[in-house]
Design a protein around this ligand. Structure first.
Ligand code: DGY
Length: 331
């Protein structure tokens, strides 16, 4: 009997067709967001799932779906998956690192620039018919990016790619904070200098968050941290909702504690805190950091390579390219 897999989101048809060569596939062509109960129901009898950050894969779900052998998550982040619970049950987890690094770094940089230079706010003004007379000197005057201090919280692959852009392309002074300091050669290649978190907040002209979500990074930026930043500073979050306390950020933006924010990720997305939606000085986008066609195709293809190999098919049978808990493979 062919194994059965569930794809929780519609993906590029030609790439998804590769799954059908090996498996019976149930997919979600209308991209409906399934409740946890619906997900559990659809996973019955499935050996694999192609999941996204929206689906919570936890111990209770795994216990209710004992046929499940592989959770292949689309995205480099996998905080939606309880990896320890998967490992304990012999369920392989995979993600999609590397293929999205440069695209997501481009986006982080673009969002930081749009925020600093007030691009969204001025575009809304123009579309709304507000540009009725020649610009005055300070019309939508924002903050410079070139030569400014770029502060990066989280110095993994994407953080380092953003640092390189800032240092080499824009002559920025780049500082970073991370759980552990980079090796000297990696630090030099990134053009970034390690500082403690208080210094990072105090010296940032543009703070960019690229840290993975975990209980330890929950609300890493809240009212107390925002209060340490310069009033002219900007904050960009392309990491995960929950790293920033969105209510505290909205209040800081309203009061002018910092100048502006660019947010691609939110607590409770796709819902956005209503106070953020009312503010002019925040650029809001719907979690599209990795969304170039080329990269989204590469992410889909890598996820499918992982799923096919994890369930023992294809040229890399038994050796999925990017396992998160490879210890499961040893058994
Ligand atoms: C990732 O890769 O983690 C992106 O946020 C897409 O989910």
């Amino acid at each position: 009997m062919r194994p059965s897999v569930l794809a929780t989101r519609a993906t590029f048809a030609d790439i998804a067709d590769r799954l059908r060569e090996h498996f019976d596939v149930e997919d979600n062509p209308s991209d409906t967001v399934w409740s946890p109960e619906e997900l559990r129901r659809r996973l019955q009898g499935k050996q694999g799932v192609m999941s996204t950050g929206t689906e919570r894969i936890d111990a209770a779900l795994l216990d209710a779906c004992p046929s499940l052998k592989a959770v292949c998550n689309v995205g480099v982040g996998y905080n939606n998956v309880d990896v320890a619970a998967c490992t304990a049950r012999g369920v392989l987890v995979t993600n999609t690192p590397d293929v999205l690094t440069e695209t997501t770094a481009d986006y982080g940089f673009a969002l930081m620039m749009a925020t600093a230079r007030r691009i969204a706010e001025s575009e809304h003004f123009l579309r709304a018919g507000g540009w009725t007379k020649p610009g005055i000197f300070d019309m939508f005057a924002g903050a410079d990016v070139h030569g400014a201090t770029l502060a990066i919280l989280g110095m993994g692959r994407i953080g380092r790619a953003i640092a390189r852009r800032g240092a080499a392309g824009f002559g920025m002074r780049v500082i970073y904070h991370n759980r552990s300091r980079l090796a000297p050669d990696v630090e030099a290649e990134s053009g970034a200098r390690y500082v403690d978190k208080a210094t990072l907040l105090k010296e940032a002209d543009h703070l960019v968050l690229v840290v993975p979500y975990s209980p330890a990074s929950h609300h890493a930026i809240g009212a107390a941290e925002l209060a340490q930043m310069k009033p002219g500073a900007t904050l960009t979050n392309i990491a995960r909702g929950g790293i920033v306390d969105d209510a505290a950020l909205a209040e800081a933006l309203r009061k002018g504690t910092i100048a502006a924010a660019g947010l691609d990720v939110f607590e409770g997305e796709p819902t956005v805190h209503p106070a953020l939606l009312k503010l002019p000085n925040v650029v809001l986008t719907p979690h599209i950091g990795s969304a170039s066609v080329k990269t989204r195709r590469a992410m889909a293809a890598l996820t499918i390579d992982n799923l096919i190999a994890a369930l023992g098919f294809g040229p890399s049978a038994g050796h999925p390219p990017t396992p998160v808990n490879p210890e499961v493979l040893a058994h």
